[in-house]
Design a protein around this ligand. Structure first.
Ligand SMILES: [Zn+2]
Length: 385
């Protein structure tokens, strides 16, 4: 680092979230990006780190749905230490921002999860907020969520969700299971609301979008399917340019043909992992609600064969997006970072490599689409695989 505090990272390719720049460099000042310049224009005397040949420098991945990692399940350990362990496990795969995601659980667990993220906000830049997946879901589409904890909201639920917080709060809910006006109460307070685990009709989905719902959690999975005279939430999402949808590109949750179809719609895709503790961990299973979940053939399965989250990491999601869905690398990178940052309304400081944004970045070996290094708020971490 120079005396001015500035230094630069140079790469064969820098993708800024919108445009691909050949032979360029990002100038970093502390935690912030000061400039993106052609490498030839770097000022003399500025310390420059040159990435290996063939490397791309891109905005760090932002994963809005992470249940666990590094053998830790957020539901089991809703504490700052638990979240740090999860974030560290995912950072190896290029994730520089994630929302720890609480699966439907008791009110006490929700309280603990919200408090843990609040406590962490000041000194953990890699965790921009929290995702509460449930408990206001449809008992008809529980997936692996415990039906006994699924419930309708009460007036007492509004205050803790809408309290002023430093981080983002994202709530996945089934619009048909909450009273009219509930979604608006949340979105007016800045909560991001996403449809998931829902049997909402097309009309119910449109009404929820009128109240400010903008997200669709793991599109296709655990929701009313697309049908000729029953378009449901999938059609409502895909025809709207104001909608963002999460896709689990592991080749297991959704057939790649369905995802390719979704990419032809107007909505903005986001790569999510829906990751479970074995991602970046050492064990081949974990326990959820006291039940054993086994990893088998790249799937996390309950004893009855229900999918229980995924074994996916973000680097693999990007690679699958390119290879299974025929998407150019820069487009996949946008799905992994720029789109989720915009969905969370954090795109003024995350998801792009432009002046004024935070220096959250990932270096990628473009041939293998493997992550080689990350930076969060300008601080580097060498990745050990
Ligand atoms: Zn889910």
């Amino acid at each position: 680092m120079s005396r001015s505090g500035q230094h630069a990272i140079a790469a064969d390719v820098v993708f800024d979230g919108a445009v691909v720049h050949r032979d360029a460099a990002v100038v970093i000042d502390g935690a912030t990006i000061a400039a993106l310049v052609p490498r030839a224009d770097l000022p003399a005397g500025l310390p420059v780190q040159r990435l290996p040949d063939g490397c791309w420098l891109a905005p760090g991945f932002i994963d809005v749905q992470v249940n666990g990692g590094g053998d830790v399940l957020f539901n089991d350990d809703p504490s700052p230490a638990g979240i740090r362990a999860i974030a560290a496990a995912h950072r190896r795969f290029g994730t520089t921002g994630l929302l720890p995601t609480l699966i439907t659980d008791t009110p006490e667990k929700m309280k603990a999860a919200l408090a843990a993220v609040d406590e962490l906000m000041d000194d953990e830049p890699g965790v921009p907020g929290i995702h509460l997946e449930g408990p206001f879901l449809s008992p008809e589409k529980p997936g692996v969520h415990a039906v006994k904890h699924i419930r309708a909201p009460t007036p007492e639920d509004v205050a803790p969700l809408t309290a002023s917080r430093k981080g983002v709060v994202l709530v996945t809910l089934a619009p048909e299971c909450v009273p009219p006006g509930f979604i608006r109460q949340l979105t007016r307070a800045g909560v991001r609301v996403s449809l998931g685990h829902s049997m909402a009709t097309y009309e119910q989905t449109r009404a929820a979008m009128q109240e400010g719902l903008t997200g669709f959690t793991h599109l296709f999975n655990a929701m009313r399917p697309l049908a000729a005279r029953d378009p449901g939430p999938i059609a409502a999402a895909l025809e709207s340019s104001d909608a963002w949808f999460g896709m689990i590109a592991d080749g297991v949750h959704v057939d790649p043909a369905m995802l390719r179809l979704a990419l032809r719609g107007a909505a903005k895709p986001m790569l999510v992992t829906d990751a479970m503790p074995p991602v970046g961990g050492k064990r081949a299973g974990f326990s959820l609600y006291g039940e054993e979940i086994r990893v088998n053939d790249g799937k996390c399965l309950r004893h009855d064969g229900t999918l229980a989250g995924s074994m996916l990491d973000m680097a693999t999601a990007v690679r699958n997006c390119v290879r299974m869905m025929d998407v150019p690398l820069e487009t996949a990178l946008r799905f992994a970072s720029t789109h989720p940052a915009a969905f969370l309304r954090l795109d003024h400081r995350l998801g792009r490599l432009v002046r004024g944004c935070r220096a959250d970045m990932v270096a990628i070996d473009a041939k293998d689409i493997a992550t080689v290094r990350t930076w969060i708020a300008g601080k580097a971490a060498q990745l050990v695989h």
